[in-house]
Design a protein around this ligand. Sequence first.
Ligand SMILES: O=P(O)(O)OC[C@H]1O[C@](O)(COP(=O)(O)O)[C@@H](O)[C@@H]1O
Length: 409
Amino acid sequence: MAAFVASAGCGRVGNPATAARVSTSRHAAPLAAAAATPRPSVPTMVAPTPTKQEQFVCMDESPMTLTRYFMQAANENLDEEHVVDLQNLMASIQMACKKIASLVSRAGISNLTGYEDSGSINVQGEEQKKLDVLSNDVLKHALKWRGGKLGIIASEEEDEPIMVDELASGNYVAVFDPLDGSSNIDAGIATGTIFGIFAESAGCLASDWEAKINEEELTCLYNVLQPGSNLVASGYCMYSSSCMMVLTTGRGVQGFTLDPQIGEFVLTHPSITIPPRGTIYSVNEANSPAWDPVLLAYIKSLKDGSNASGKPYSSRYIGSMVADVHRTLMYGGLFAYPSDTKNVNGKLRLLYECSPMSFLIEQAGGIATTGKERVLDVIPSSVHQRVPLVLGSPEDVQELLDKYYEADQ
Ligand SMILES: O=P(O)(O)OC[C@H]1O[C@](O)(COP(=O)(O)O)[C@@H](O)[C@@H]1O
């Protein structure tokens, strides 16, 4: 303990520049007195072996893990709907993400890079990577755990939603992109898993399917095609220099980092809020020839500093939504995959990419829009529907929305 006390005092006196500044000020006398006080010698920083007592104290100060966070939330809000079920569902999701994190980090070692040998193509017409298929299987199996009360799953890698199993008395729907940004996986660049949890909805949101499909399929679709505003939880797990799980249950946004030493996600970023304005924009500018004039002018104003902040912005684009959104959440600014003449609905999928991320961004104080409406208000008409997306700091996104509004006048 001595070292700690010593450093607090010395800080002010020990720093020559500070001392010079202080010496002439009214602080001189008390500080001179402090400097004259004999200080215990600062022990070298070799951590002594903690005594049993200290080990016990250390045990008491165990970190807030993701498991403990949900246990505590459940204990403190037992009367609250969903809280216990979410605890179980999140137990499955975090276990799956830990597994995917280890598969991704060892992809090159365990021959998991490259495309699926069968050359399988998913419903979006994309050739599936080995890790796309494996991550999808890992999540499906983890979520099939009965205790999770999960009824239905919808995934980027599944053509149609699937009923977990006929026996499951599920009343939750999980939607996920098992490995987002997988086009970057072979280069070892950041990727992630995106997930969203809906409660099964009683009512039907769309009506023209009855004639075409059987009862079970109908139930599945009813319950999957929900607007993001119905989400009870969403988040992502980013596989990068550190593995981070960032999530919300509608009470703000929490960030957990996987501690490889204890194999637990530890709360490292409590109550994340996005900065009101940033200095970074993130968009695939290779598509700019197909952009509308409002967006073109806006991005130009970010480059030349003629935007409302008066400062030029920098550009960052990883090409993995999870990584680009995570940086935007941390540093502020704007991420977009807008509509353009090539991709009129943009590229990103509403149900398991845009809605879960928009719930997070809004919970962190940001804005998420299609350019025309709030992403969370869009009612999906199909499982793999795409929507244009602009999300980020409120002042940045609002500035673009104001420009569209002015252009429409
Ligand atoms: O290469 P583009 O056209 O910029 O697209 C990049 C976007 O596509 C994605 O890779 C699509 O996601 P998937 O990898 O899950 O298909 C996003 O992660 C990313 O933001």
